[in-house]
Design a protein around this ligand. Structure first.
Ligand code: F6R
Length: 243
């Protein structure tokens, strides 16, 4: 695992965008991106947008797969990840909407939707680079502590800590869904490269556990230790509990 500590979040985003752009160029005209929602990658997406607008990165034929989606929201809900990805990734980066995928958390047969998502990633040839944030409890995607290291896309319950952390996007904590459909840790590990980005002191303990702790299902992000091409890009605050 490569760990890069940057002076601040702006430098981290610039470095991360450079890494994503290199992988996309190497992948040819139809790169496949894995995208996360949440606050952590927003500056990275803004920096990628700048590269696209400057004409140095062409994502017009790129595909994208989101990590996860809530289960239990009505279709079109502004906080559904389908909508969040449309606002923060698809539109700014000029991606073709028909090539952008989120797990179908609105499906009546949620298990079939999970299998269909796995099949869609396989049909696209796999993910070239998966962008990840990290939960304060060490989750990646919505693979909460104790998730199987070999897990595939499936329905999961959200941990109370995650629901509390995500309450800021909803009117009240009670409105945060109880369930989600998330890529599994095994699905994430199949990506050709992983890029985890984190900023701020609130992530420092999780980053220390991911980078320096044992590989354990109690800290799902620690699975990155077993990936051949995993990069962690963090600011000094997120690095503050590293030894
Ligand atoms: C988002 C996701 C989550 C977030 C994590 C950090 O699709 O899968 O794992 O990356 O909860 O969220 P932020 O970045 O908002 O702190």
């Amino acid at each position: 695992m490569e760990v890069i500590i940057c002076a601040d979040a702006t430098e981290a985003a610039r470095l991360a965008a450079g890494k994503v752009a290199r992988v996309c160029r190497d992948a040819g005209p139809e790169p496949v991106l894995g995208v996360a929602t949440g606050s952590s990658p927003l500056k990275l997406y803004a920096e990628l947008t700048r590269l696209v607008e400057a004409g140095v990165l062409d994502l017009s034929r790129a595909s994208a797969f989101a990590l996860d989606e809530y289960v239990g929201l009505p279709p079109g809900h502004p906080e559904s990840y389908a909508e969040v990805i449309r606002r923060t990734v698809t539109e700014p980066l000029g991606l073709d909407q028909s090539r952008v995928h989120t797990p179908d958390g609105f499906a009546t047969d949620i298990h079939a939707a999970a299998s269909a998502y796995e099949a869609a990633i396989r049909a696209a040839g796999g993910i070239d680079i998966q962008i990840l944030g990290i939960g304060a409890n060490g989750h990646i995607g919505f693979n909460e502590p104790t998730s199987s290291l070999a897990s595939r896309t499936r329905i999961k319950s959200l941990a109370p800590r995650t629901r509390a952390d995500n309450a800021r996007f909803f009117g009240s904590p009670d409105e945060v869904p109880l369930h989600c459909l998330t890529q599994g840790l095994g699905t994430i590990m199949d990506a050709h490269a992983l890029l985890l980005i984190a900023q701020g002191e609130a992530k420092a303990a999780a980053i220390a556990a991911v980078v320096e702790g044992p590989l354990t299902a109690l800290v799902p992000g620690s699975v990155l230790q077993a990936h051949q091409h995993a990069t962690v890009i963090i600011d000094e605050a997120a690095a503050s509990e590293l030894r």
